[in-house]
Design a binder for this molecule. Structure first.
Ligand SMILES: Cc1cc2nc3c(=O)[nH]c(=O)nc-3n(C[C@H](O)[C@H](O)[C@H](O)COP(=O)(O)OP(=O)(O)OC[C@H]3O[C@@H](n4cnc5c(N)ncnc54)[C@H](O)[C@@H]3O)c2cc1C
Length: 393
């Protein structure tokens, strides 16, 4: 097996921001050879889809189920890109029902919330397939080699060249890299990889590049929201109480109700096989910890069914669950960044030939898909301006 692999460009991560960046980059650089390295089994990252081996035929979006674009400043770069996704029929306006559950469990329409302001969109496919379609749009010459289930844990910059080391023993080499995740830049990497220095800091020592120093300072002040998503594969005949045929239906819990039932939102996802999947999101820390410390997972799952049934007791739309439906869990250690966002001016270091994108950058889309798409578009634009460095590679 060849373990030293050289490319024109290396992209770490395969979430939406990486896919948008790669797609745009390919549009203008059709001769470049790229490697996209992703620790997961496929594309999509935090907006991906669980394809279960146990529950065949189901596709449940276990991260972001949809996305919203506020674009209050009417940024044309973002607007045109969303229009392009619409024209290509990758996404469409999300006209699914949004229901806000208040104290008295009365039905109310959501007026404003982080995930529901602006225009809402859904993928015409699963969320993972959306990332795939975005890349395929411009990868018609197969210029990208995909490395899945490949975790980068070490970065080196020597003689103007980057070397990335992965758990599979590969060493990826390139003069230019894009980092779409901030895991290798953030102090949480120390515990995860059992290191004593943040990988990017190790590669670029302090005082070598003001931008990198600032970027790491900002990130030092960024924290993350953990989440759990419970994926419920309902039994054969489970359905709504009313007639509703749209793909999604969202129930969002008001804070007091969230505290009581520990659920943040409940997303119904109609499957191609006509079965009804349910994804329950929670960010309640006590609840997450009680899951982590639970000795018996089955017993914990019963708690999900019990809370669900109590929450929807007497609800005119939702039927009770039977407590023996299939369930699987997705644990998100860092579902969304929170607190300090990173200025977009720090997205690119000319000296070190490294660019960054993702939802961790500043702007109204911070911590959401809107931000991850926008940062990728911005980065690609910046690289075009610096194409003299790029073209010399
Ligand atoms: C449960 C949940 C619900 C959400 N709901 C919404 C919503 O309703 N609306 C909304 O707008 N946003 C929502 N979000 C946030 C949204 O999913 C993210 O903002 C967006 O997907 C981020 O995309 P990204 O490309 O910036 O990052 P990511 O998707 O995180 O992509 C980074 C990729 O890098 C990979 N990676 C990391 N480190 C390494 C490494 N060392 N080596 C190799 N690969 C690596 C990761 O596996 C990941 O695939 C939600 C997130 C979660 C988890």
């Amino acid at each position: 097996m060849k373990t030293n692999l050289s490319y024109d460009l290396l992209i770490i991560g395969g979430g939406l921001s990486a896919c948008v960046f790669a797609s745009r980059y390919l549009q203008n650089n059709i001769t470049k050879k790229i490697a996209l390295i992703e620790v997961g089994r496929g594309l999509g990252g935090r907006s991906s889809t669980r394809i279960s081996k146990r529950f065949k035929g189901w596709k449940l979006n276990h991260g972001a189920p949809n996305f919203n674009i506020s674009n209050n400043k009417d940024n044309l770069l973002l607007k045109n890109y969303i229009d392009q996704l619409l024209v290509n029929r990758f996404i469409r306006i999300d006209d699914s029902e949004l229901i806000f559950l208040g104290d008295d469990t009365k039905l109310e329409t959501i007026k404003k919330s982080e995930f529901y302001c602006g225009d809402r969109y859904i993928s015409l496919f699963s969320m993972s397939e959306l990332s795939q379609k975005i890349i395929e749009l411009n990868n018609f010459q197969d210029k990208i080699d995909f490395f899945f289930e490949t975790l980068i844990f070490d970065l080196k910059f020597k003689n103007d060249e980057w070397t990335l080391t992965s758990t599979k023993g590969y060493k990826f080499k390139s003069k230019f890299i894009i980092c779409s995740t901030n895991l290798l830049l953030h102090k949480r990497s120390l515990k995860i990889f059992n290191l004593n220095q943040i990988p990017l800091r190790k590669a670029i020592p302090k005082n070598q590049d003001k931008k990198i120093d600032l970027l790491l300072d900002y990130l030092d002040r960024q924290s993350f929201i953990p989440r759990l998503t419970f994926l419920i594969y309902t039994n054969e005949n489970y359905s709504y109480r009313d007639f509703y045929s749209k793909k999604y239906r969202y129930f969002h819990l008001k804070k007091s109700l969230e505290d009581k039932y520990k659920f943040e939102r409940v997303v119904f996802q109609l499957q191609d096989n006509k079965k009804l999947g349910i994804v329950v999101h929670t960010k309640n820390l006590d609840f997450i910890n009680s899951y982590i410390n639970a000795k018996d997972e089955d017993l914990f799952n019963q708690k999900i069914f019990t809370n669900f049934n109590k929450l929807f007791e007497g609800n005119s739309l939702v039927n009770q669950l039977s407590c023996n439906e299939g369930i699987s869990i997705m644990k998100w250690r860092a579902s969304q960044p929170s607190g300090c966002s990173v200025p977009l001016s720090l997205q690119f270091s000319k000296k070190y030939r490294i660019g960054f994108c993702g939802d961790w950058f500043e702007g109204e889309g911070f911590a959401r898909i809107e931000g991850s798409i926008f940062s990728a578009l911005k980065l690609e634009e910046k690289l075009k301006i610096h194409s003299n460095i790029f073209l010399s590679i």
